[in-house]
Design a protein around this ligand. Structure first.
Ligand code: ATP
Ligand code: MG
Length: 570
């Protein structure tokens, strides 16, 4: 491709809302253009990179037995009412009416459509398992679209759905898809990790996320190298925390704690360890008011809480709601004497405590010498703690480390959640109808490309991993006015095309400085530079964007050397 005839316009301007390197670099190197908030146009240059990823994805999902298809983006409300998600999905679901007043939505995901199709066509265990996929545009009206393609409102996703007669069969496909995902991210030369995940709004049981490790990632991952535990912090469990030694119960006392409402203030005032002060957090949920008791120095994992309650929403209670539930202002809540109807859930972290301190549900007052059983008893015990770096791994291998990641893929075992709701049955081998078991497998196309840039760039620009580079080779012709140079560059370009090399030829009339700056910015892996000085010695300069290593190659050896480098980096 000749740059002079191509649609590739780089820019120095960086919009203020481009907060992360991949977003800035994708705009600056002309890969994407913003059309509206969270909605982007992919230029021919950007589309090449996305297309290369899509080809890798197709190759690997086909290999895992997936059958490619395509479903509509516009989906009728009836299907979503049948699954129950029309009510539950919330504002990310973009809904509209057609001219006849019929309700529709823009598909944020496709379980409803695929389950309906399969339930019409398949009726016997003999037709199972089946694994169907598409690469298609999704729309989610994200509350905070940001980071360019990383969190868009309109974005490309590969989504696959598998249908099974048995849990074993689902297991087998789930493992095959996990392997396919590993192969995809390895083929992209990405540094990634697989973690246990929370199934979230899509629902289901087993679930894993593929995380590309990057400082700017929106997800937090905790892991332990020794025992192999790795989980999204939303889902992470921890081993037993060290607890203070149990003591003989003393009498419970109400003590005045004027002005002290935080755990630290109370501990200081009473001269006790913060570990002895528990905190009581109040939440408003669609399942009513809930009080969660947790160790004073720890945070509640609201996703675990939402899952435990099977709630659609969970939010910290307003001051008003706190007063209604405790009879006191913020900062003095405790498990003793909460209002009728407040569900009290205690995190395992407070179970071993004896003679602890808690709020007295009264302004400027706390209780000391509180003991479970005698003074208070939760409605239930649960694991609601937000894991943190330094916590013991649940598998016993020592401390957890924490790092940031970009979730590029997510696989779930859905079980019979959708097939039950939507009547997707089959005649089983034993006779009689059964709901099909389902799995679903998502992979963000734009997000993966953005993640690749997040992981591969420097202050001058992108350093494309070869498999995702829009072009593999950049041929630069310097000294546009020098006919010998131009002729040599043209000849090389012809030879490269002949040899099937994926080349972008910078034949623009610009100054060498401009061309080199652009070359650094757009980050094509292999650079071939035709300049007057070296050409006089019959030499061409070649270099790699990643290492910036240069070498001089004889003019007639360039094609062979390019092929050698491509083979080495493929
Ligand atoms: P997140 O927690 O980041 O919102 P999700 O759990 O909602 O992601 P899934 O529903 O599992 O995502 O979607 C599958 C894949 O689609 C994700 O792993 C991600 O790669 C991609 N994806 C999801 N939301 C977006 C988005 N707003 N923009 C770009 N890609 C997205
Ligand atoms: Mg989401």
């Amino acid at each position: 491709m000749r740059w002079s005839h191509y649609y590739l316009y780089t820019t120095r301007e960086v919009p203020a809302d481009a907060e992360v390197p991949s977003h800035r670099l994708m705009l600056r190197s002309g890969l994407i253009k913003k059309t509206a908030a969270g909605i982007y146009t992919y230029t021919p240059f950007g589309w090449r990179s996305l297309s290369k990823l899509m080809a890798i994805v197709r190759r690997e999902i086909d290999r895992a037995g997936g059958l490619e298809m395509s479903m509509p983006m516009v989906q009728p409300a009836e299907l979503w009412k049948e699954s129950g998600r029309w009510q539950r999905y919330g504002k990310e679901l973009a809904r509209f009416e057609d001219r006849h007043g019929r309700e529709f939505c823009l598909g944020p995901t496709h379980e409803e459509v695929i389950t309906t199709m399969v339930s019409h066509d398949l009726s016997s265990y003999r037709q199972l398992p089946i694994n169907l996929y598409q690469i298609q545009t999704k729309f989610r009206d994200e509350i905070r679209p940001r980071f360019g393609l990383m969190r868009g409102r309109e974005f490309l996703m590969k989504d696959a759905y598998s249908f099974h007669a048995t849990a074993e069969s689902l297991d087998e496909t789930y493992r095959a898809m996990e392997k396919a995902y590993r192969r995809i991210f390895e083929a992209c030369h990405l540094d990634y990790t697989v973690v246990e995940a929370d199934p979230g709004a899509i629902g289901g049981s087993d679930s894993h996320e593929f995380m590309v490790l990057a400082e700017t990632g929106e997800s937090e991952v905790v892991h332990n190298v020794a025992d192999g535990y790795a989980a999204n912090v939303e889902k992470a469990q921890i081993g037993a925390l060290e607890a203070p030694v149990a003591q003989e119960a003393v009498d419970r006392q109400e003590v005045a704690t004027p002005g002290a409402s935080s755990v630290e203030e109370v501990a200081k005032l009473l001269g006790v360890d913060t570990l002895k002060v528990i905190k009581t957090m109040l939440y408003e949920t669609d399942q009513g008011i809930v009080a969660v008791v947790i160790r004073g120095d720890r945070e509640v994992n609201e996703i675990k809480l939402q899952n435990l309650l099977d709630a659609q929403f969970v939010a910290l209670a307003s001051e008003e709601a706190v007063r209604a539930a405790t009879g006191a202002p913020l900062g003095f809540a405790g498990p003793i004497g909460l209002a009728e109807g407040v569900r009290l859930i205690a995190d395992e972290s407070v179970r071993p405590l004896t003679n602890f301190v808690c709020g007295a549900n009264k302004v400027d007052a706390h209780f000391t010498g509180v003991n479970w059983g005698r003074d208070a008893e939760p409605d239930e015990w649960s694991d609601l703690i937000l894991a943190a770096a330094g916590d013991p791994s649940p598998l016993g291998g020592g401390e957890l480390l924490s790092s940031r990641g970009i979730e590029v893929g997510h696989i779930f075992k859905l079980g019979t959640k959708y097939s039950l709701a939507m009547g997707c049955d089959f005649n089983s081998v034993e006779g009689g109808k059964k709901p099909m078991m389902m799995g679903c497998y998502g992979l963000g196309i734009g997000r993966t490309v953005a993640a690749a840039i997040e992981q591969n760039h420097d202050e001058d620009g992108i350093i494309w991993p070869l498999p995702l580079a829009p072009f593999q080779v950049l041929l630069l012709s310097l000294n546009a006015k020098d006919e010998t140079v131009t002729a040599a560059a043209e000849a090389l370009y012809g030879q490269m095309q002949e040899a099937g090399i994926d080349v972008l030829f910078d034949d623009r009339k610009d100054r060498p400085g401009v061309k080199f700056k652009d070359a650094d910015l757009i980050g094509i892996p292999i650079r071939v530079v035709v300049g007057a000085k070296s050409l006089a010695d019959g030499q061409i300069e070649m270099s790699l964007r990643r290492t910036r290593e240069r070498e001089m190659v004889a003019r007639d050896g360039v094609i062979a050397r390019v092929k050698e480098l491509l083979a080495g980096h493929g």
